[in-house]
Design a protein around this ligand. Structure first.
Ligand code: GRF
Length: 196
C-alpha cells in the first residue's frame, strides 16, 4: 500500500477529492496533509476526515528557502510518504527539494501545459482568446510547471466567461483528473489520462 502525503496552501478541494478516492482496492492511502499556511481551510477539512495533518509555516523562514524546505522535508519524512501530491500548494520548491522526491511528486496545474505556466492561468487564457482551457497533472521536476504530463482535462471557454467562471468550470475537472492519475501512478502506470 503506497503512502501519499498531500501538500496544500488553501481550501484543499483537490486534497479532499484525492483523500476520498483512496479507498477499497485503491493501491494508496493518505498518510499526511501538510499546509505551509497555519489554519488554512484545507486543514480543517483534513481533520474532519480523520487525516493526520501538519503545518510548516514558511513565513518564519523569510527568504531562507532551504531552511523552510529542511523543516518541510523533516516533517514529511516522518510520515514516510511514497508519493507526494501538491494540491493547491503555492510555494515554489527548489531543485534540491524536488530532487529528493524525484519521480514520486505530482502537481496539478490549472492550465493545459505547456501553455500558461505560473499564475493567473484562467485570466491569461481568456485574454489570449483561447477556445478551450483546462488542467494538467504532471510529475514535478526542478523547472516550474514543467515535467512529464500524466493527465489533462479540457473544458470549453464560453461566451462571456470571466476568470472566476472559467475557474469554476475547471475545478470539478481537477477533482476528477487528479484521483484518476494518482490511482494509476500508485499502481506504477504512467500512461497519461485524457479527459473528457
Ligand atoms: C486550484 O485552482 C488548483 O488548480 C490550484 O490551486 C487551486 C485551489 O486548489 N492548484 P484547492 O481547492 O486548494 O485544491
Amino acid at each position: 500500500m503506497k503512502r501519499v502525503a498531500i501538500l496544500i496552501s488553501g481550501g484543499g478541494s483537490n486534497m479532499v477529492a484525492l483523500a476520498e478516492s483512496m479507498t477499497g482496492d485503491h493501491p494508496a492511502r493518505p498518510c499526511l496533509v501538510l499546509s505551509n499556511r497555519p489554519g488554512t481551510g484545507g486543514l480543517a477539512k483534513a481533520e474532519a476526515m480523520g487525516l493526520p495533518t501538519a503545518t510548516v509555516d514558511h513565513r518564519p523562514h523569510g527568504t531562507d528557502r532551504a531552511g523552510f524546505e529542511a523543516e518541510l522535508a523533516r516533517v514529511l519524512d516522518a510520515s514516510r510518504p511514497d508519493i507526494l501530491c501538491l494540491a493547491g500548494f503555492m510555494r515554489v520548491l527548489t531543485e534540491g527539494f524536488v530532487s529528493r522526491y524525484a519521480g514520486r511528486m505530482l502537481n496539478i496545474h490549472p492550465s493545459l501545459l505547456p501553455k500558461y505556466r505560473g499564475l493567473d492561468t484562467h485570466a491569461r487564457a481568456l485574454a489570449a482568446g483561447e477556445a478551450e482551457h483546462g488542467c494538467t497533472v504532471h510529475e514535478v521536476t526542478p523547472e516550474l510547471d514543467d515535467g512529464p504530463v500524466l493527465g489533462q482535462a479540457r473544458v470549453p471557454v464560453l461566451e462571456g466567461d470571466t476568470p472566476k467562471r472559467l475557474a469554476a468550470r475547471v475545478l470539478p475537472m481537477e477533482h476528477r483528473l487528479y484521483p484518476m492519475v494518482l490511482r494509476r501512478f500508485a499502481a506504477g502506470d504512467r500512461q497519461p489520462v485524457w479527459l473528457p
